[in-house]
Design a protein around this ligand. Sequence first.
Ligand SMILES: Nc1ncnc2c1ncn2[C@@H]1O[C@H](COP(=O)(O)OP(=O)(O)OP(=O)(O)O)[C@@H](O)[C@H]1O
Ligand SMILES: [Mg+2]
Length: 262
Amino acid sequence: MTNPPSAAAPQASRSARETQLRASGTPEKPTPIVRVEGLCKSYRTARGELLLFEDLNLEIASGEMVAIVGQSGAGKSTLLHILGALDAPSAGTVYCASTNVASLSRRQAVAFRNREIGYVWQFHYLLPEFTAEENVAMPLLARGMGKQEALQTASNWLREVDLEDRGTHRPGELSGGEQQRVALARALVCNPRLLLADEPTGDLDSMTAGRVFELIERLHASHGLTSILVTHNMELAQRCTRTLRLANGRLAALTGAAQPTT
Ligand SMILES: Nc1ncnc2c1ncn2[C@@H]1O[C@H](COP(=O)(O)OP(=O)(O)OP(=O)(O)O)[C@@H](O)[C@H]1O
Ligand SMILES: [Mg+2]
């Protein structure tokens, strides 16, 4: 893994900036946790090349909670997949959590995700034959933690998402909101730096969606996360520190414009 070369960094949060000013007397720009420069992504399809991004740029500072909105097919999921090393860029620079994601082998990508990324999708993808506690413990078992410790840590995480009394339930014995809270606990059980959430409330009724979003806000703050949330819900998007719209292969700031993003 290599460190990102120095680059124009985004504005830090106010408190981070103030701390830096106090410490050094001069403002210092923090290294962004996500830095995408000149990202190009195209797919080869039976009907020819599908060009999604030609020159996409993005910087996200540590601690930001950024919403990405945009029409269906704009490439929101593809962008999250590239940030999470689930898909490869066609060209360009993509640094995520101090890692050049394009340079990772398949094995390194798995380790990178386990260590740095918590991923949540619209559908929970919990394993139906395992209990909530076992599902949350899976990423810890995958990194070699002993079963007892993994189950104990999972149980603690279920308490964090207010589901301490549902640990022995299988996914089919949980409500939609509860399933998504278990998925959140599973995403965060390895203490990642980044939470990537792809329409995490898209499958829920509006009241349950609001509660799950509140939980994301709480976990974001209490665990010092940097979060990127794809959503079609503008009301929820506007609760983030910044909202970006993805259209025509570029990101444009809708709210909280701290930096140019195109
Ligand atoms: N592996 C692939 N091969 C070819 N085309 C793909 C592939 N993955 C995605 N696409 C195409 O890329 C475009 C962007 O897809 P993506 O899933 O990123 O959109 P999205 O913005 O997340 O949409 P939605 O809001 O509906 O989830 C779509 O037109 C899709 O058909
Ligand atoms: Mg999508």
